[in-house]
Design a protein around this ligand. Structure first.
Ligand code: GLN
Length: 393
């Protein structure tokens, strides 16, 4: 048989999504891949039922159904205080995943460098490889996951084409401050670099932290490609709806990439999702309150049973430190991946090994998410209590 491309040998399948498959095979509580176990808002389900009979059932406009593009343009325009043209500055994609891939492919040629904070959402590694780009990693340092300004500037001095910025950050839960974003923006201008943002957790941010869309900072709109998704905001991860918003010249390129990658996102789902994108402010307040309750319930629970975790500022991820387990005779020399696999079988809770997010050699963290009903989170905590009990023996 002929050889496969060199490209596909350079990355593995997603560990996040692999953990879901293993979890399902064992019937564990899946706190690995982040997605809600509760229904989307009823108006979206009603709209979907209606669409089943009224259509559309054929292709939408490749770049996004006009009504969805208009709704997204209005929503993002409000967020950044600027008029967005739905025809030239918005592209609807199959999830945030395609948005990010399209953005990187639109601005990067093989050999171009891309600055990425580490830890990072694992898709960015594959996005870079499939586009031929080489990541330059800059560490976000625990416990606060701050970055060193000098280190970031050193990365920009290597003439990258773009920087990828996940804000709120998966997996750290960090929400970047205005000062940090302004500093990154200044570097992007000084070194003439695009900033590709992944803002899929923009509405899952906890008080007193605030999500600031990078594209809204003064003078940055023309070099920021905002990628986001409807998945997390409206609890519809299976609908696969995401989008890019940016300056028309960049979107012109992104439209072509998107056209040949997927032709378009599912038309009936775009139609039904419009209802959500047109929701008023109250919806987002309730969503934030819902996730704040879940975060507090879950993090308080983890702390109570004696597991060390960070309390995220945004997103629905928690990093749990497993160092004390790895020091036990039973787990000596184990990788975080082996520990997660063991946890699925023996504790009945699935997590993602932290090493799949870090460029650095990090083996002592696992990522759990709390986008689950309170009942399920309570059951997960009961199971994790058995895990924590190992530390007391
Ligand atoms: N962003 C989610 C996570 O990190 C998963 C998204 C996906 O698998 N497409 O778990």
């Amino acid at each position: 048989m002929p050889q496969l491309s060199h490209r596909v040998s350079r990355f593995t399948d997603s560990v996040i999504r692999r953990m879901t498959r293993i979890s399902d095979a064992h019937g564990a509580i899946n706190l690995s891949q982040g997605f809600p176990d509760f229904d989307p808002p009823k108006p979206l389900m009603d709209a979907l039922a209606k669409v089943a009979y009224q259509g559309p059932h054929q292709y939408a406009v490749t770049y996004g159904a006009p009504n969805l593009c208009q709704a997204l343009a209005r929503k993002h325009g409000r967020a950044i205080g600027r008029q967005i043209d739905p025809d030239t500055q918005v592209v609807v994609t199959c999830g945030g995943t395609e948005a990010m891939m399209s953005a990187v492919m639109t601005v990067c040629d093989p050999g171009d460098k891309v600055v990425v904070f580490s830890p990072f959402y694992e898709n960015y590694g594959a996005d870079a490889i499939l586009s031929g780009a080489e990541p330059i990693y800059v560490p976000l340092k625990p416990p606060a996951f701050d970055f060193d300004r000098q280190e970031l500037e050193d990365a920009f001095r290597q003439h990258p084409k773009a920087m990828i910025l996940c804000n709120p950050s998966n997996p750290t839960g960090k929400v970047f401050t205005r000062e940090e974003l302004t500093f990154i923006g200044e570097l992007a201008c000084r070194y003439d670099v695009f900033v590709i943002t992944d803002e899929v957790y923009e509405h899952i941010v906890f008080d007193p932290y605030q999500h600031i869309p990078m594209a809204g900072l003064p003078g940055l709109f023309d070099r920021v490609i905002t990628c986001s998704s409807l998945s997390k905001t409206y609890s519809i991860t299976g609908w696969r709806l995401g989008y890019l918003i940016g300056p028309a010249q960049v979107m012109e390129g992104a439209k072509k990439v998107h056209d040949f990658l997927t032709v378009g996102a599912p038309a009936p789902l775009q139609e039904a999702a419009c209802v959500g994108v047109n929701f008023g402010e109250d919806y987002y307040k309730e969503l934030k309150a819902l996730y704040t309750r879940k975060r507090d319930f879950f993090c308080d629970g983890l702390e109570k049973i004696g597991l060390d975790c960070n309390r995220p500022q945004g997103s629905y991820f928690v990093l749990v430190d497993i160092s004390r387990f790895l020091a036990l005779e039973q787990f000596k020399g184990w990788s975080d991946l082996a520990f997660c696999e063991w946890m699925i079988g023996h504790i009945g809770v699935a997590a993602v090994p932290g090493s799949s997010f870090f460029k650095e050699d990090v083996n002592h963290l696992i990522r759990l998410h709390f986008a689950r009903s309170e009942e399920t989170l309570a059951e997960a905590l009961r199971r994790l209590e058995k895990l924590a009990a190992l530390l007391k023996d």
